[in-house]
Design a protein around this ligand. Structure first.
Ligand SMILES: Nc1ncnc2c1ncn2[C@@H]1O[C@H](COP(=O)(O)OP(=O)(O)O)[C@@H](O)[C@H]1O
Ligand SMILES: N[C@@H](CCC(=O)OP(=O)(O)O)C(=O)O
Length: 357
């Protein structure tokens, strides 16, 4: 089986300081992606840059609000972006396919599997998928936080071994990135808290910032996928990460030893579609978080909020309201309420459909 790698390229990697598309950088990245394919990797590219590259294309007829700007510039810019990728990859005879998607397209298991089938058939036929959010029609409330979130979802859905997030910094620093005394954190083990190091700011053209990168990286690494954050503006970054990782600055999120099942991966990335919340008592929380594989039984449930149907996603919180798991529920909300605190009932969430945070 070939190693599958998802490479996410941030807006600021692809744009110059003046906001124009950096064609030289794109070309250098394509050279490296082609090299990876040549080395036997299966590559999926998640590329930002549509809005940034559309900005310089046109002078708008009136002052645009932020949604209009995103819609107009992404529509203009995505054409330019994909056209360039097409030309650059054609030099290597690599066929590319465009995948424009939205958060809603991952809402149900059926849609999720449909997206997966689409990308699988591309990979099976040697096509390199180039993925971006469909910013022209994505509604603000239902958008991905940014393409880091989308790339994590894609890496998880496509069972990739590695996700490389290319930004304009060498990795996560243990202090302000522009402070000479700050150092790159080379490895992040499971459970390590990085929140005190990360500042709110984003790069000039980015959307989510380092906080989303970290949250996504952690979640994806916990599913058994190696995540690397590195600098896409460094020459030869992808080839160096493969050939001389020890000499190449980057932050690696160490993957969990055990990989997670396909259904659990889908559930892990579905929290924004949760239709309800179930509160459980202390003993139930301890059982779920223990070492054994345990389903959530109604006897441990103290409260059921929201209206949901069998198969919907729900959040599971402890006595203090702290979220401990997400699950795909085995009954509807009326049945769940009727079973609260009762013994000898069917599981509310079976272990196979339970993802612990
Ligand atoms: N501790 C930190 N280490 C590295 N970068 C940080 C840190 N805290 C905040 N940042 C900021 O996060 C930015 C990268 O995130 P973002 O703007 O979303 O980039 P991209 O467009 O590549 O997704 C960096 O340019 C940096 O200014
Ligand atoms: N879909 C947008 C990407 C926005 C985004 O997430 O940017 P970034 O934080 O640089 O990855 C675009 O192509 O402009």
């Amino acid at each position: 089986m070939p190693q599958r790698i998802v490479v996410k390229v941030g807006s600021n990697v692809l744009t110059r300081d003046n906001g124009k598309l950096d064609v030289t950088r794109m070309s250098a990245l394509v050279d490296q992606l082609a090299w990876l394919r040549d080395k036997g990797y299966e590559v999926i590219l998640v590329s930002s840059g549509a809005v940034a590259s559309g900005r310089g294309e046109l002078k708008a007829s009136h002052k645009l609000d932020s949604v209009e700007q995103r819609q107009l510039y992404s529509a203009l810019g995505q054409v330019k972006l994909i056209n360039l990728y097409y030309d650059l990859f054609r030099e290597y005879r690599i066929p590319v396919g465009q995948v424009l998607t939205m958060k809603e397209n991952f809402a149900s298991r059926r849609e999720y599997l449909n997206q997966r089938a689409c990308m699988s058939v591309m990979l099976d036929n040697g096509v390199l998928p180039i993925v971006n959010e469909n910013d022209t029609v994505s509604v603000t409330e239902l958008m991905f936080t940014d393409n880091d979130e989308l790339s994590g979802l894609i890496a998880s859905m496509m069972d990739a071994q590695t996700l490389v997030i290319l930004s304009n910094v060498d990795g996560i620093y243990d202090g302000p990135p522009d402070d000479g005394t700050s150092r790159i954190i080379p490895r992040v083990e499971h459970g390590r808290d990085l929140s005190s190091y990360i500042r709110q700011e984003k790069s000039g053209f980015g959307r989510g910032g380092m906080i989303t990168k970290c949250n996504i990286a952690r979640k994806v690494a916990d599913e058994g996928i190696r995540v690397i954050i590195a600098n896409g503006k460094r020459d030869g970054i992808l080839t160096s990460l493969v050939t001389k990782p020890g000499e190449t600055p980057h932050t690696e999120f160490v993957p969990a030893g055990q990989s997670v099942s396909g259904v659990k991966k889908w559930i892990a990335h579905s929290e924004s579609f949760a239709k309800g919340t179930v509160r459980i008592n202390r003993k139930a929380a301890e059982a779920l978080c223990g070492n054994r594989a345990v389903s959530l039984l109604p006897v441990g449930v103290t409260e059921v909020e929201g209206d949901f149907e069998t198969g919907d996603i729900i959040n599971i919180v402890d006595e203090d309201g702290v979220k401990i798991a997400i699950g795909c529920v085995g009954c509807n909300s009326d049945e769940a309420r009727a079973a609260i605190g009762k013994h000898d009932q069917r599981p509310l969430v079976h272990y196979d459909y339970l993802y612990l945070e």
